[in-house]
Design a protein around this ligand. Structure first.
Ligand code: GDP
Length: 307
């Protein structure tokens, strides 16, 4: 394996970029995924962002945008029949992944190992790593009450305004050694077009992560999650509003700490407003060709900045 290309990712946007990057660099790809959304449910350990990335990389993602293609939902139906309130839907095979992971963690495996084993079992050639082995949990305050992240998204319908966001567990969190190794030897680091506040920020909040990113010889470029000035999917708007950042590439870069972390910006705007180099391209990744094109462009940009 040559020097890795590291992609920081949440779910949808980061996962699509990672899938494009897999076409470009194959097994040199290392994805560092947000685990702030993880939740223990139905006896399983659910890791929404690492699994979204893994299912995308395995070409097994369902068209609905989450879960495994063609999965069935018999266990959820069974739970409902028994009177359980099923607010979080998991397909049967998806649940199998989560049950196996819970068992591996109970046996003493690190989250890095448990996530890596799922990726390997599904035939993924690249590596998918959690941002931390120790748990970090994103919590959201809305309508004067605190919610676990998934409960906010699903039970509360992601209804803002967002009043506050907190990350529990940061004191004990650290990037796994595999993440530190990948960053130290990386030839490029790409912050994927995920929700800056709830998908990327938890990764950056892990103590030691930003230092490791800054210490890397590789340049750090970010791909803006805004396309034509709009959010493609999900509640990026209310979270950026809470964090006090504008909903444009400049706001996205500012949310990552500006030029203190980011060396270049890939977006469809002419100016990211930070005197940073900008690569202006169409960043919508609607199909495989577009995913590959955006990934290749971001990589080429990062390598050119390092030259
Ligand atoms: P979630 O955890 O599934 O909400 O996923 P993410 O945080 O990874 O992704 C949500 C963000 O991805 C939103 O801000 C979207 O605008 C962005 N996004 C989704 N698809 C695309 C795309 O094709 N291109 C770009 N540039 N951003 C995208």
């Amino acid at each position: 394996m040559s020097r890795p290309v590291v992609v920081l990712a949440g779910g949808t946007g980061g996962a699509k970029l990672a899938r494009g990057m897999l076409d470009v660099v194959g097994e040199d790809l290392v994805v560092v995924a947000n685990t702030g959304d993880d939740v223990e449910l139905y006896g399983g350990y659910v890791a929404p962002d690492p699994d979204l990335v893994t299912f995308w990389l395995a070409d097994r993602i369902d068209a609905r945008g989450w879960g495994l293609e063609g999965d069935t939902f018999h266990v959820m139906d069974g739970l409902r029949e028994l009177g359980e309130e099923v607010w979080f839907n998991l397909g049967d095979r998806d649940l199998a992944v989560c049950l196996l992971r819970a068992r591996r963690l109970a046996e003493g495996a690190r989250l890095t190992e448990a996530i890596g084993e799922v990726a390997a079992s599904l035939g993924v050639r690249a590596r998918v790593l959690p941002m931390s082995d120790a748990p970090v949990r994103t919590r959201v305050k809305a309508r004067d009450a605190w919610h676990d992240f998934q409960a906010f998204m699903i039970r509360e319908g992601a209804r803002g305004p967002v009043q506050d966001v907190a990350w529990d567990g940061l004191d004990d969190a650290a990037p796994p050694p595999e993440v530190l190794d990948a960053l130290a030897s990386a030839r490029a680091i790409v912050i994927g077009p995920s929700n800056p506040v709830i998908s990327i920020r938890p990764i950056l909040e892990v103590p030691g992560m930003v230092d490791a990113l800054r210490a890397s010889e590789a340049k750090v470029v970010c791909v803006s999650p805004l396309v034509g000035g709009e959010v493609v999917k999900g509640p990026t708007g209310p979270f950026m509003a809470w964090a006090g950042f504008s909903l444009d590439a400049a706001g996205v870069v500012a949310s990552y700490g500006g030029a203190s972390l980011v060396d270049g910006v890939v977006c469809d705007e002419a100016d990211a407003g930070h005197d940073l180099p900008v690569r202006q391209i169409d960043t919508l990744m609607a199909d495989a060709d577009a995913r590959r094109r955006v990934a290749a462009s971001a990589l080429e940009f990062a390598e050119a900045l390092a030259a």
